[in-house]
Design a binder for this molecule. Structure first.
Ligand code: GTP
Length: 282
């Protein structure tokens, strides 16, 4: 598969995250509720060493609730605090604050025993691109945060955002590189917009989504595009969608790129329905 994360980028991203991790007591890792396994970073574990971590599934409003419940259970089973969030749900945001507060307090108790002066626990939000890091930071800060130091030559100051009096959050998130362990993971991440569209063919990504829906969400596919689950020919499926949505070039030929774009946009905005792109049983 022609996608890769260049080693130089990877090393730089890792260094940046490692630098930031030195400043904090614990980590809030964001994953996408629609692919909680694939959107986890493979090397975070090594970089974290012994730092406590909690996991937040973002965009739960777009994910299949039944799958989310199973995935939560799976992640919680090894003792990691894990919860699912819709950014516009105040109760969910409260939950994040509460869980982070608990984790911070547990950790501070340990530090106090080692002689560290009691203070608010410090955390960083990390996650793969587009998972919702900045949005969550803004929501936790309850205001827009001014960008600082983005001019060349200006040393970036680390700013701390006070979340209540309970814990402090680094104002900039740690960006983690996505994992490309196999082709399926690549397609899932591309479908969700984690990986830039240019890395894989738009049509291939849309075809992946359609095939997945034929298997797991046939009703939604039928509702939105009048596509039957037993329609096997992807070319024909693209034709049907293209004609229905007016993706026609002069001469009446269907523009397949436009069709792919519509399918992906419908998926990403939730117009296709609540879909999770990986199942724990699969
Ligand atoms: P990078 O800067 O690329 O690393 O992205 P990021 O991780 O900071 O993501 P960002 O906060 O920019 O959010 C990406 C998109 O996800 C935005 O359009 C958000 O509005 C959207 N988003 C974040 N959380 C949610 C959520 O719970 N539900 C939905 N539907 N959209 C969300």
């Amino acid at each position: 598969m022609p996608i890769q994360w260049f080693p130089g980028h990877m090393a730089k991203a890792r260094r940046e995250v490692e630098e930031k991790l030195k400043l904090v007591d614990f980590v809030i890792e964001l994953v996408d509720a629609r692919a909680p396994f694939s959107s986890q970073n493979p090397m975070l574990k090594q970089v974290l060493q012994n730092k406590p971590k909690m996991i937040v599934f973002m965009k739960k409003d777009l994910a299949d609730q039944r799958e989310t419940a199973k995935w939560l259970h799976y992640f919680q089973a090894n003792g990691t605090k894990t919860l699912a969030v819709h950014i516009d749900d105040k109760a969910d945001i409260k939950q994040v604050i509460q869980q982070a507060k608990n984790l911070g307090e547990e950790n501070m108790e340990k530090l106090k025993r080692k002689g560290v002066q009691p203070r608010a626990a410090r955390a960083i939000i990390v996650g793969v691109p587009n998972v919702g890091k900045s949005t969550l930071i803004n929501r936790l800060a309850n205001k827009k945060i001014a960008k600082t130091g983005d001019r060349p030559g200006v040393t970036k100051q680390q700013l701390w955002i006070k979340v209540g009096k309970d814990f402090e959050l680094l104002d900039t998130p740690g960006i983690l590189w996505p994992k490309f362990e196999d082709e399926q993971i690549g397609y899932r991440l591309a479908a969700l917009g984690t990986i830039k569209d240019q890395l894989l063919s738009l049509q291939d990504i849309a075809a992946f989504v359609i095939s997945y829906m034929q298997k797991y969400y046939p009703e939604m596919l039928k509702d939105r595009f009048a596509i039957d689950h037993d329609m096997e020919d992807m070319w024909e499926i693209f034709e049907v969608i293209g004609k229905q949505r007016g993706c026609l070039e002069s001469g009446g030929k269907v523009n397949f790129d436009k069709v792919a774009d519509i399918v992906l946009r419908d998926l990403r905005t939730g117009r296709l329905g609540r879909i999770t792109l990986e199942s724990i049983e699969a």
